[in-house]
Ligand binder design. Structure first.
Ligand code: HEM
Length: 151
């Protein structure tokens, strides 16, 4: 079961990033152009948010079945090992902050008074969230490295 969710979580990262880039760049091009908030912006933002929700859910499952939860009881040892610290604390903290930003952003976009304000809020909230997600991923070139695509 662990392997299945690990592969899913690994592949799903690409879906999250692609949808995030779509949401951000479609807002960016309109912000620089006609400044109209179009159905494509609503659709891409919504899909980005849903993909983050799914990834969070899979992440929580992995956190439990992968035994990371029990690492909290041996915190001093956990904090000394880069990989244990990363997956017990750093990865999820940053990803949960990103997830909150996407949700707060989505509701602020809906409440915005003008199209320009909607686009600006999409750019700020989705942009910062996407940046945090990219920073918190265990890319193959990092100290705590995981494969580009797990099979
Ligand atoms: C958009 C959000 C997230 C992205 C893009 C993401 C991405 C990733 C990636 C690429 C890996 C490496 C997978 C592999 O080893 O092949 C990973 C591992 C992991 N993620 Fe996430 N993650 C996200 C959110 C979360 C959250 C919110 C949690 C927990 C609450 C979480 C828990 C974990 C755990 C525990 C592992 C390590 C699994 C293991 O090796 O046992 N992730 N994540």
């Amino acid at each position: 079961m662990h392997t299945f969710f690990l592969i899913l979580h690994n592949w799903m990262r690409w879906v999250v990033i692609l949808l995030g880039l779509w949401a951000w760049f479609s807002a960016f091009t309109q912000f620089m152009g006609d400044k109209k908030y179009l159905p494509v912006h609503r659709r891409s933002g919504l899909l980005f948010m849903i993909s983050c929700d799914l990834q969070l859910l899979i992440g929580i499952i992995l956190y439990i079945v992968g035994g990371w939860l029990s690492r909290w009881s041996e915190m001093s040892q956990t904090m000394q090992q880069a990989s244990a610290r990363f997956f017990t604390v750093e990865h999820e903290t940053l990803m949960i902050i990103a997830w909150i930003l996407v949700h707060v952003g989505w509701s602020r976009v809906k409440k915005a008074q003008s199209d320009q304000q909607k686009l600006a809020r999409s750019l700020v909230f989705f942009g910062i969230a996407l940046l945090l997600i990219i920073i918190a991923i265990p890319w193959p070139f990092r100290e705590v490295a995981r494969p580009w695509l797990r099979t």
